[in-house]
Design a protein around this ligand. Structure first.
Ligand SMILES: Cc1ncc(C[n+]2csc(CCOP(=O)(O)OP(=O)(O)O)c2C)c(N)n1
Ligand code: SF4
Length: 247
């Protein structure tokens, strides 16, 4: 397949110039093209949020669902036709606030879908409210005194829920993102890929610096479930990239 096969030529993304969503769109297209999975055999379900605009730009079978509901729609699609490649996309607000229970139970059941979780640490489309991944003490429109609680780690939640494939990518490491997405998409079972991407409009300067400078590729990966839980629970000041857990 060719990249053009996954492109609606009449559509232009409406994201802010420089938004990480452009790189995510390109990485998903390249992954599908290199895996030679035809658009007609691919279903991507979307949340409501900035990433959801991709439904107009990725020329596969798309389903724009409600906020927090891209995972149950994906699970239903896969149950109805297991031959399809099914990917659910959503933001941290959609998948970890509004729809957190769906993420937990899809991981627990090991539903054979891939979840691409766009973590920009904020409700961006609705103009900058705190989400469950916003760092503690961050001042946002909904937390003028600063966030009073610790942020959720999406991969730790996935690991605690039983997910068997856990990965994290930065869309700015493009080739690495494509490599990870290809493995996630072909994984037989539930695969969770956290995409860390600051929002150019609503992330604070501190969050943007953290997400851009505190990433690394670990040498020693956890070898059993206890170790991955421990590893992720201790991730406070830096973020490991790549496939961190697979069983
Ligand atoms: C059921 C429902 N609840 C709330 C909303 C309002 N809403 C739309 S987008 C959004 C925030 C999206 O944030 P996130 O999921 O983190 O994605 P981002 O825009 O940051 O990429 C909210 C709260 C909605 N449209 N539908
Ligand atoms: S508001 Fe933020 S997440 Fe949304 S398109 Fe703009 S930069 Fe991207």
């Amino acid at each position: 397949m060719d990249l053009a096969d996954y492109t609606f030529s009449s559509q232009t993304p409406t994201w802010c110039p420089g938004c990480g969503n452009f790189a995510v769109l390109s990485a998903v297209k390249k992954s599908l093209a290199e895996l030679n999975i035809a658009p007609k055999d691919t279903v991507v379900t979307y949340d409501i949020g900035c990433g959801g605009n991709m439904v107009n730009n990725l020329a596969v079978c798309g389903f724009a669902s409600l906020h927090g509901r891209s995972i149950p729609v994906a699970v239903g699609v896969k149950a109805a036709n297991p031959a399809l490649t099914v990917i659910a996309q959503g933001g941290d607000g959609g998948l970890l606030n509004e729809g957190a229970s769906h993420l937990i139970h899809a991981a627990q059941r090991n539903d054979n879908i891939t979840v691409l979780l766009h973590n920009n640490q904020v409700f961006a489309l609705t103009a900058g409210q705190a989400s469950s991944t916003t760092p503690k003490e961050t001042v946002t429109k909904s937390t003028p005194q600063g966030v009073s609680y610790l942020p959720l780690n999406p991969l730790l939640l996935g690991a605690a829920s039983g997910a068997k494939f856990l990965a994290r990518v930065s869309p700015f490491d493009f080739d690495e993102s494509v490599g990870v997405m290809k493995q996630a998409i072909t994984y037989q079972g539930f695969s969770l890929v956290e995409i860390i991407m600051p929002c150019l409009i609503w992330s604070t300067k501190e969050e943007t610096t953290f997400l851009k400078t505190k990433t690394f590729f670990p040498n020693d990966l956890p070898k059993n479930r206890g170790q991955i839980l421990d590893y992720l629970a201790k991730e406070e000041n830096r973020l490991a990239l790549g496939i961190l857990w697979q069983e």
